[in-house]
Design a protein around this ligand. Sequence first.
Ligand SMILES: Cc1ncc(COP(=O)(O)O)c(C=O)c1O
Length: 163
Amino acid sequence: MSKEKDDLIARSKQYWNPGKTSEWQRMGVDLVIDRREAYYLWDVDGRRLIDVHLNGGTYSLGHRNPEVVEAVREGMAYFDIGNHHFPSIMRTHVAEMLERLTPAGLKRTIFASGGAEAIDIALKSARNATKRRKIICIERCYHGHTGLAVQVGGSRQGAVQRS
Ligand SMILES: Cc1ncc(COP(=O)(O)O)c(C=O)c1O
């Protein structure tokens, strides 16, 4: 392992997530992802890998897809994140598109910043619609780190369980 990778792993344990970083090391996965392009990843030691990760953090359109990069660049040249208290040109446009593309009856969109927040919104919407509170989930599942999502997940989120 290079000194650069060694140092990054040590800093990852110190400043980010000691448990998760150490678990990968224990399993012999010493990956620190650097460059990404299409379906390839390079770790900081220069190893090229094919990204076949099927979970959170998947890139079904490939890493840094040029069309996506261009759309983000174009958008950021004009818009920023906006002010969510007011009606928005782009949010309205995307919500309108989704209404057209989804099955009849799905009329409105709530935007979320990620998977866990979307799970929370779905659970809260279901509770509101059904007036029921109980949530059934499978054991040792993972739905993210926000309020309800973390409550319905297994107790050691994101960690590999050992028996
Ligand atoms: C199955 C599953 N659900 C929910 C999430 C949470 O998504 P996010 O990290 O975007 O909040 C993840 C993230 O890895 C996931 O794998």
